[in-house]
Design a protein around this ligand. Structure first.
Ligand code: ADP
Ligand code: ZN
Length: 733
């Protein structure tokens, strides 16, 4: 019988810090771990990066016996096991890639009770000759629990059905007393239901985390001739790794080759490459030898690389669920990451063509509907996060500020008159033509076909010359999306009027169209602006990490994650004690890497004369301040404010013009100053006033805003004090 080992840890948190170096559990982790420790069945649904692995790894260490993890991703087992071993945890795996000798020696270790976690492929687990070993293992050392990773593979409704997963319920029958934990990132209700049924989970605790990934920034850019240049800029400004998804192998090869020519370390990945090449490319990506992977969607499932900072869909994704999962491969470590879709109607045609090649009409219909949802997402003017979450049945009540539509709301224009012209042209053409033809008629095209049809005689011929073909297309698409006109779906799209179209024509409905702004450039780099020193040190820490990783043949993130390195660069720990407080530094990593990293940090600080934060308050303040400025790193919106301010507009004018509050404009200025931008504040606070405020700041020891405010007897506003404080700080006064 398996039980909880007598634990040397006073709390689960202490165990978490000891083994993994983290201070706190993420949402639901604790609840799952408690269920597992109580030997109850459970289903955990967490988005990628939510921290599912820890839910079985930590209990595995706190219990007697072996925890058996079933994972379909043979290629990644080794990485998962390496990562554990790097934390000093006895883990191993058995799959078809190993020779007989290795398998026997690993099995012997298991029977001796020397291993805590065993990773298996479902094929191996279910093979006849493995079963006796499993039974023996249970009798000798005890199986503490089963963890079924990627559990959605049991469901035909999921996107990745694997028939062999269907057999996993045999575990339940053969080992009725061993609890099963199922884990997945799939969001749909139907699949969850299937998992519970198929795996025969008993009174399972079902924990579903939110699918919101607040650290991901979502944006859609329109695809134009300049898009490659735009992509290149994004990739060049990238700190860390990126994945670029394309629709076809051919496109993958083209884009990868072009990036290589432009000096970017990029590799292709698609089903046309040999197994060896694919493994090799994936390996080099995970080990940070190349920064960018250009791939079809064949790449990525189970890529555990936590520090992917950018996922670009250079061609349109096919489904919204697919998009969520693919973009979700960025930012698993919780640090900011950027997700861009390049959108063009040409891609829509390509995908439509691919859909037409499907033999089954029902499949075609589903695919069309899914494509429609993707187009809606791309064209929408509302919060992108809201649309994605709504797709999973979650509601986000407010906008998010981490998507292009929230940051740069697009203006809506009244295009009712244009819509009437457009729709009446559809009517005049007797609802028998597609959009291109309608636009030709509106713009008075001299094409022969128009004359042959006599459409140059229609009353709507040439009444739309004031708008470009692009603008008409924008309107047409928008009318389709708003349901104000219909399009036939039998593969030959013809525009047809519906009841709503007639309402527009009768002036009973007005039509608003969101005007896309070109958002090219910027953004990708504004997520974090560390000081120059911090980024230099970060670079050095990364090279050290790479050296140590290569020496052991593991991925750099297994030595330390990006998050840990960033904290080191910010906090400059120079003792074992302070170093151990860095997130991700557990007891094993402290012992193994502590001194090497501390040496590097100490040397860096000595060269620059940076005193030790532990003994000098001032540096601590600096460290904290830079953390703050990171959290509110100025972006595009700040730049707009600054531009207007420098043109001489007053705060109120800027607020009016930008449809923001004056206090928001003021906050922008303060944040700009905090991030090192010189802003002339004299027009807002006179020099004499500044001096008075500065004196008060100097006199109030705590530096607290409320006390400074009180000291000045309320004659100045908090905003004025903030501006002066930041300005004087920037000048080093
Ligand atoms: P998932 O399998 O759900 O996609 P992982 O288990 O790979 O996610 O975890 C994602 C990242 O988050 C990993 O780098 C992991 O070490 C880290 N992580 C997990 N739990 C915590 C925690 N409580 N605090 C900080 N980081 C965590
Ligand atoms: Zn948003």
């Amino acid at each position: 019988m398996v039980s909880v080992a007598p634990s040397p840890f006073p709390s689960l948190e202490t165990a978490l810090k000891h083994f993994f170096g983290y201070d706190q559990f993420r949402l639901h982790q604790r609840a799952v771990i408690e269920a597992v420790l109580a030997q109850r069945d459970a289903l955990v649904v967490m988005p990628t990066g939510g921290g599912k692995s820890l839910c079985y790894q930590l209990p595995a260490l706190l219990r007697l016996g072996v925890t058996v993890v079933v994972s379909p991703l043979i290629a990644l087992m080794q990485d998962q096991v390496d990562a554990l071993v790097n934390n000093g945890i006895a883990a191993t795996y058995l799959n078809s890639s190993l020779d007989g000798m290795t398998v026997r020696s690993r099995q012997a270790d298991l029977l001796e009770g020397r291993t805590k976690l065993l990773y298996l492929s479902p094929e191996r687990l279910l093979s006849e000759n493995f079963w006796p070993f499993l039974t023996q293992l249970h009798q000798r050392v005890g199986i503490a629990g089963f963890a079924i990773d990627e559990a959605h593979c049991v469901s035909e409704w999921g996107h990745d059905f694997r028939p062999e997963y269907r057999q996993l319920h045999r575990l339940r029958t053969a080992f009725p007393s061993v609890a099963v934990l199922a884990l997945t990132a799939t969001a749909t209700e139907r699949v969850r239901h299937d998992i519970v049924q198929q795996l025969q989970l008993q009174r399972a605790e079902v924990l579903v985390a939110s699918f919101n990934r607040p650290n991901l920034y979502y944006e859609v850019r329109s695809k134009t001739r300049q898009s490659y240049g735009d992509l290149l800029t994004q990739v060049q400004g990238l700190e860390g790794s990126g994945i670029i998804y394309c629709l076809s192998r051919k496109r993958v090869d083209e884009v990868a080759a072009r990036l290589q020519q432009d000096g970017v370390a990029a590799l292709p990945y698609h089903a046309g490459l040999s197994d060896t090449q694919r493994t090799e490319h994936q390996h080099r990506f995970i080990r940070d030898d190349v920064r960018v992977m250009v791939a079809t969607v064949a790449f990525g499932m189970g890529i555990n690389k936590p520090d992917v900072r950018l996922v670009v869909h250079y061609d349109l994704p096919r489904t919204l669920e697919g998009y969520y999962q693919e973009s979700g491969r960025s930012g698993r470590d919780g640090e900011p990451a950027h997700c861009t879709v390049y959108f063009s109607y040409a891609d829509v045609s390509t995908i439509n063509y691919l859909i037409e090649q499907k033999p089954d009409p029902q499949e075609q219909n589903i695919a069309r509907q899914q494509l429609r949802q993707v187009i809606d997402y791309a064209e929408s003017t509302v919060c992108r996060r809201q649309i994605q979450l709504a797709y999973f049945g979650e509601t986000l009540t407010a906008g998010c500020d981490r998507c292009d539509n929230c940051r740069y709301p697009r203006p809506q224009e009244d295009w009712t008159v244009e819509a009437q012209k457009f729709l009446s042209c559809v009517a005049r053409c007797r609802e028998r033509f597609g959009m291109v033809h309608i636009i030709d008629v509106l713009r008075g095209s001299r094409k022969k076909r128009i004359r042959d049809l006599g459409h140059d005689q229609l009353s709507t011929y040439g009444i739309g010359q004031e708008r470009s073909a692009e603008q008409w297309k924008l309107l047409g698409r928008s009318l389709l999306h708003q349901g104000l006109v219909e399009e036939t779906t039998d593969g030959f799209p013809v525009l047809q009027l519906n009841a709503a179209s007639w309402q527009v024509l009768r002036k009973q409905l007005t039509v608003q169209v969101a005007i896309p702004e070109d958002l090219a450039g910027g953004e990708a780099q504004v997520d974090a602006v560390p000081s120059a020193d911090q980024s230099t040190l970060l670079g050095q820490l990364k090279s050290l990490r790479k050296q140590l990783a290569d020496a052991q043949g593991v991925a750099p993130y297994m030595v330390f994650t990006e998050t840990s390195l960033r904290q080191m660069a910010q906090r400059l720990p120079r003792t074992q004690q302070t170093f151990s407080q860095i997130s991700g530094v557990g007891s094993r990593k402290l012992a193994q890497y502590g001194h090497t990293f501390i040496d590097l940090i100490t040397q860096f600080c000595t060269e620059r004369g940076i005193p030790d934060a532990a003994t000098h308050q001032t540096t601590q303040a600096t460290a904290i301040r830079s953390t703050q400025s990171k959290a509110t790193a100025p972006g595009h919106t700040h730049a707009l404010t600054l531009d207007l301010y420098r043109q001489g507009h007053s705060l109120a004018e800027i607020a009016e013009q930008r449809d923001l509050r004056t206090s928001t404009i003021l906050r922008h200025l303060v944040e700009l100053i905090d991030a090192g931008t010189v802003v002339d504040i004299n027009p807002i606070v006179s020099v004499a006033e500044q001096e008075e405020i500065a004196r008060a700041i100097a006199q109030v020891d705590s530096g607290r805003l409320s006390e400074i405010h009180a000291h000045l007897q309320g004659t100045y506003t908090y905003d004025q004090i903030r501006l002066v404080r930041s300005t004087y700080r920037l000048r080093g006064e």
